[in-house]
Each structure stands twice: as C-alpha cells, then as structure tokens.
Design a binder for this molecule. Structure first.
Ligand code: GSF
Length: 204
C-alpha cells in the first residue's frame, strides 16, 4: 500500500496518525493537488487527497473511509469502537472535527483562491462561525474528561487534534488556545505522541 497526500493537508495527517498509532508503516507519495499538472485524478476522480493505493492497485478515499479500513488491519490499539452508539459517538467527533476543517478550508480558499473582487466576506464569516460554534461544542463535550470518548485515545481525539493543529497552522489569529483551556490540555497531550510529532505540518 501507499498513501498519496501532502504534508500540509489535515485530512492526510489524520490518516498518517492512524497508521502510526496502529504501528503500520505506510509510504507517503507527495502530490500537489493544486498544481496544474497534478496526476491525482488518475487515482481519485474527485481530485483530492488523501488517497490510499491498495496492493491490488485499487484506490480508496476519503479520509474517513481510509481510517475505518486501517483500524481493521490489526486488532492492536482499536481506535473506533466496534459497534453501536459508541462507534457512532466516535464517528460524530470525527464528523465535527472534519467539519471544522471543511468550513475553515472553504473560508481559506475563498480568500486565497478567488480573485479579490469575487470574494464574499459574508461567505467567509458564515464558514468561520461554523468553526467557532464547533470549537465551543467540542469544549463543552470534552469538559474535564481526559479523552474525547472513553478512557483511552480514539479516532475522536486524533481527528480533534488534527483540526486544532490545522487552525493553529492556518488561522493563528483565532487564538482558540486562550479561549478553550480544556481543548489545549488535550492538544498538548496529543503533541507528546510520536504520531503527532512526526506529522507536524512544515512551517508555512
Ligand atoms: C476531504 C479531502 C480534501 O478536501 C477527506 O478525505 O476527508 N472529505 C475529504 N483534501 C484537500 C486537501 S486539503 O485541503 O487537506 C484536497 O485535496 N483538495 C483539492 C480540491 O481540488 O478540492
């Protein structure tokens, strides 16, 4: 297997962290999906990373599908509960964290991809208010718990950590660390893990 991705994509980071936590080595093939000559559509018609290339040549996307698959590859360090409400709860954390990414990336693309005269301030504000609401919801749900769900690290914490890290990387002015002390406590704990250290995005 190999993973097509970039060093700055938070969705790719989530997948790499899951591989690392499962103790499975995965080669990363770098692809710039924004370059004019990107080859990504040969593997993923949606033109997005991450994309996992399987040993039989098949392609798997998106990040939520990949992490679910990777968690089944070894019984060690289960990151998603097997069934029921517990499974749905962890996947809802992931949806919330990915939703923060989706909204903040839409806001960033509006500001960086579109010509200035076509940019909508209202659209950016709409997306960033989703980010704000979701951070508050995460802080409320985490409360004084050590982990987002249950009594050990799960995909909920990994997804949350990737979203928080992305906001620090691309939106440092949001200053979520000052506003949500409990999220910062979780984030600092995640940053001690080699899976997070090894996938830190490069300085912008
Ligand atoms: C999102 C992947 C994505 O938007 C997932 O895998 O979870 N729901 C998907 N990837 C971005 C890179 S990034 O912003 O992290 C991407 O490949 N965008 C290229 C494009 O043309 O939208």
């Amino acid at each position: 297997m190999k993973l097509i991705g970039s060093l700055t994509s938070p969705y790719v980071r989530k997948v790499r962290i899951v591989f690392s936590e499962k103790k499975i080595e995965i080669p990363l093939v770098l692809e710039n999906v924004w370059a004019n000559d990107t080859q990504i559509a040969r593997s993923n018609p949606l033109g997005k990373v991450p994309c996992l290339i399987l040993n039989d040549g098949g392609a798997m996307f998106d990040s939520r599908v990949i992490v679910e698959y990777v968690d089944t590859l070894s019984p060690a360090n289960r990151l998603i509960p097997a069934t029921g409400k517990e499974r749905a709860a962890v996947k809802t954390w992931e949806a919330l964290a990915d939703g923060i990414l989706d909204a903040s990336i839409l806001a960033r693309l509006e500001a960086t991809w579109r010509p200035a005269e076509q940019q909508s301030k209202a659209w950016i504000e709409r997306q960033m208010s989703k980010v704000d609401e979701s951070l508050q919801a995460m802080a409320n749900a985490l409360g004084e718990q050590e982990w987002c769900f249950g009594n050990h690290i799960s995909l909920a914490d990994i997804s949350t950590g990737c979203a928080l890290g992305y906001l620090l990387f691309r939106f440092p002015d949001l200053a979520w660390q000052q506003r949500f002390e409990n999220l910062d406590r979780l984030y600092q704990k995640l940053l001690q893990r080699s899976s997070f250290i090894e996938t830190e995005p490069p300085a912008a």
